[in-house]
Design a protein around this ligand. Structure first.
Ligand code: IPM
Ligand code: MN
Length: 361
């Protein structure tokens, strides 16, 4: 099994290192090959997604990705910015289905910014469409306005659009995922204002009719944002478009204690995938050895489950993560009174040790 490992920028290399160590201790026939991506690739070769990196990702069975981005690249032309690397990979690899589970571990109930009773036992799954919407819609650009409120002035524009097949395929992914869990799907839209999302809702209802065993409801995105912080446990599977999913999944992340805990999987139609933490490159804490590697380690577990058909190994990682949390080890982002503060490496060490223990026993 070939894995393309793309650490990227900021804390990316530190957290990916720990995930790689965890994968190695599992003793599976994994071939890991590294390549530069994002700002790191731009520095090395002048492009955030070099052809060789893309090729490596295309030829691999799965991609393990760290994070990209740094404020120091904000002035670059858009095609050269680090973010284009992850957007390009999603597009080029056809990774349209993004799974962002938000699970609150019992030990982290007090690390959440919400009251413990609101998040205890939380287990929701946000499914974000990842290759369409206003992120990729054409045309986009800058021009002189010919109409609108200020004709003759400079303006910028993007295009929000979804085609029927794009909505249908993500709907099927969501209903099928719900079948394996709580059998409820909430489709999040803005059908009261946007044509794109009235269409989204209509197609969701049509596809939903093929899944009579799954309950479907609809929520406007503003209300969904409110419900996520008011009563998050009311959700099971949330399915939404690229931009709303970007925003809501960050909000959902905080329910679990820290965005440093959230893994993600981005899958194509054959379950080939890219696995990355839901958080970004956090340049402010890069190189300090304090970043939480658990989101990346849990992303590696998702990779074993979804793309590499190694569910037992995935469970072993997940149990090890639960075990180190039970031991009271915490990186600063999830630290609370009475627990032991550790760095990135120590957290990785602890997960490796917990796995070794289960292999031996
Ligand atoms: C994410 C990130 C990306 C996105 C950025 C880095 C392009 O925020 O994966 O959520 O907006 O999709
Ligand atoms: Mn985001």
């Amino acid at each position: 099994m070939k894995i393309a490992v793309l650490p990227g920028d900021g804390i990316g290399p530190e957290i990916v290192d720990e995930a790689v160590r965890v994968l190695k201790v599992l003793d599976l026939p994994l071939e890991m090959e590294f390549a530069a991506v994002g700002g790191a690739a731009y520095e090395a070769s002048g492009h955030p997604l070099p052809a060789a990196t893309l090729k490596l990702a295309q030829d691999a069975d799965a991609v393990l990705f760290g994070a990209v981005g740094d404020w120091k690249y904000d002035k670059l032309d858009r095609p050269l910015r680090p973010e284009q690397a992850i957007l390009g990979l999603r597009k080029e690899l056809g990774l349209f289905a993004n799974f962002r589970p938000a699970v609150c571990y019992p030990e982290l109930v007090h690390a959440s910014s919400l009251k413990p009773e609101l998040v205890a036992g939380l287990d929701i799954l946000i499914i974000r469409e990842l290759t369409g919407d206003i992120y990729f819609g054409q045309p986009r650009g800058r021009r002189t306005a010919v109409d609108g409120h200020f004709p003759g002035s400079e303006e910028a524009f993007d295009t929000m659009r979804y085609s029927r097949p794009e909505i249908e395929r993500i709907a099927h992914v969501a209903f099928q995922a719900a079948r394996k869990r709580g059998k409820r799907v909430t489709s999040v839209d803005k059908a009261n204002v946007l044509e794109t999302f009235q269409f989204w809702k209509d197609v969701m209802i049509e596809v939903g009719a093929q899944y009579p065993d799954v309950e479907l409801d609809h929520m406007y995105v503003d209300n969904a944002a409110m419900q996520l912080v008011k009563a998050p446990k009311r959700f099971d599977v949330v399915v939404t478009g690229n931009m709303f999913g970007d925003i809501l999944s960050d909000a959902a992340a905080m329910l679990t204690g820290s965005i440093g805990m959230l893994p993600s999987a981005s899958l194509d139609k054959n379950n080939k995938g890219l696995y990355e933490p839901s958080h970004g490159s956090a340049p402010d804490i890069a190189g300090k050895g304090i970043a939480n590697p658990l989101a990346t380690i849990l992303s590696a577990a998702m990779m074993l489950k979804f793309s590499l058909n190694q569910p037992e190994a995935a469970t072993r990682i997940e149990s090890a993560v639960a075990a180190v949390l039970a031991q009271g080890l915490r990186t600063p982002d999830i630290w609370s009174e009475g627990t032991q503060k550790v760095g990135t490496r120590e957290m990785g060490d602890a997960v490796v040790a917990a796995i070794t223990k289960t292999i031996k026993s």
